[in-house]
Ligand binder design. Structure first.
Ligand code: FAD
Length: 383
């Protein structure tokens, strides 16, 4: 398997790295993390660079990139801070769900706007009583003429309150059919009357924020329905492999930054008259950290290559998500240890990496759910 980047991919990565280094400085990150500010300025630069168009066909204004291109971009964005990848990824994989499941009219209407930055997208699926068991959701849309009236509540919706955001909402449309079969997807602009968004206080991922979203008689037209009525579960699954590759690449990027920063500190910080990195305990920790990050990268690339060939990559993608997120959380924890008391200070980046990393074994499917999925590809039947 060839993991080398071609010339175009190398240029893409280098240009993106330079742009992110210029704009997403440590001060910018600190201010946005501390104050829970969405990174609009950085998103605007991605739009200018054409990154929002990368995974979409030319007929909708995109550039027809493949999953490997997306992995390169995602690792680079994650390298600065995992939440950047989430901001980009939410729009990209919501748009791809629309590409795969939307009507021609919807694609022509929404995709060019997504690509030129007029709109961005997020996902609301989780509810207070339906997390890993997402099919157990209760929010209900009831048909009323050529529109739908929605009532219910979502929770933990990342970036739902960002400007010009359209929520891809998964809700029930039929309570009488078995589990998971009565779900439908709708596109709901976040300023639709009857919709209320309340930001939650979170441990990390503050730049984008997590919100509760309340629906009280929210009326949407049938033209905002994506895919078939009661076909929402399939709609959601259609984007899942892509979502997990992109997030796995983001984990690798941020985890590598953790190792780089911890290594630099270990070379400079002196105790007992020598750099702490010359103590075997610290050196071995760093060696293990880099080895695990490299292994995460290989798993992610293996899955991306398989997916780009159109093959079933369920096991590989899930392994990349599981190992990548656990590695990111683990190296961030070790990075804290290596930087000692300074890591605990808000003026150092390590505490932010640690807080952001801690979400990744929970969000986009918990580690336990990933292990269930992997076991199921091995012929076991776990739920
Ligand atoms: C930072 C962050 C961002 C998020 N962004 C979004 C978003 O944008 N949109 C959205 O819809 N949701 C989002 N979520 C929600 C996320 O998808 C859920 O938190 C996740 O699916 C887990 O659901 P839960 O929190 O209800 O935990 P639960 O499902 O209640 O799980 C609690 C624990 O039990 C374990 N568990 C549950 N069932 C089993 C089982 N059968 N076998 C073994 N263990 C099990 C879980 O692994 C976990 O350890 C986000 C969450 C976080 C933390």
């Amino acid at each position: 398997m060839d993991f080398d980047l071609n010339e175009e991919q190398t240029i893409l990565r280098d240009n993106l790295r330079k742009m992110m280094d210029d704009i997403a400085t440590s001060d910018y990150l600190r201010e946005h993390d501390e104050n829970g500010l969405y990174p609009y300025e950085v998103y605007e630069k991605w739009v200018e660079m054409g990154l929002l168009g990368l995974p979409f066909p030319e007929q909708y204004g995109g550039y027809g990139g493949d999953v490997i291109d997306m992995a390169i971009v995602s690792e680079e964005l994650g390298r600065k801070a995992y939440p950047f990848l989430e901001a980009y990824g939410l729009s990209a994989f919501s748009g791809l769900t629309l590409l795969q499941n939307g009507s021609e009219e919807q694609k022509k209407h929404y995709l060019p706007k997504l690509i030129n930055g007029e709109i961005r997208m997020s996902i609301s699926m989780t509810e207070p009583d339906a997390g890993s068991d997402a099919g157990n959701m209760r929010t209900l849309a009831v048909a009323d003429g050529d529109s739908w009236v929605i009532n219910g509540q979502k929770v933990f919706s990342t970036a739902a309150d960002a400007k010009n955001n359209i929520i891809t909402l998964y809700c029930k449309t039929d309570n009488d059919v078995p589990y998971q079969k009565g779900i439908t997807a709708f596109l709901v602009p976040n300023d639709t009357p009857g919709l209320e968004i309340r930001r939650l206080k979170t441990f990390g991922c503050n730049m984008l924020g997590l919100s509760e979203v309340f629906f009280e008689n929210v009326r949407v037209s049938d033209s905002q329905r994506v895919g078939e009525v009661n076909g929402g579960w399939q709609c959601m699954l259609s984007g899942l492999m892509f979502e997990r590759i992109v997030t796995s690449a983001g984990y690798v990027g941020n985890a590598q930054t953790v190792v780089d920063q911890a290594l630099e500190y270990a070379k400079e910080r002196k105790q007992f008259g020598k750099p702490i990195g010359h103590s075997q305990a610290i050196a071995h920790m760093l060696a293990d950290m880099q080895t695990n990050v490299d292994a995460s990268r290989m798993l992610m690339l293996r899955a991306a290559v398989k997916l780009s060939k159109g093959e079933n990559a369920m096991r590989e993608v899930t392994q990349a998500k599981l190992f990548g997120s656990e590695t990111f959380a683990e190296v961030a924890n070790q990075g804290m240890q290596i930087m000692g008391g300074y890591s605990y200070m808000m003026e150092y980046d390590m505490q932010r990496h640690y807080r952001d990393a801690r979400s990744t074994t929970i969000a986009a499917g918990t580690s336990q759910m990933q292990r269930n999925l992997i076991a199921n590809t091995m012929g076991l039947k776990v739920r």
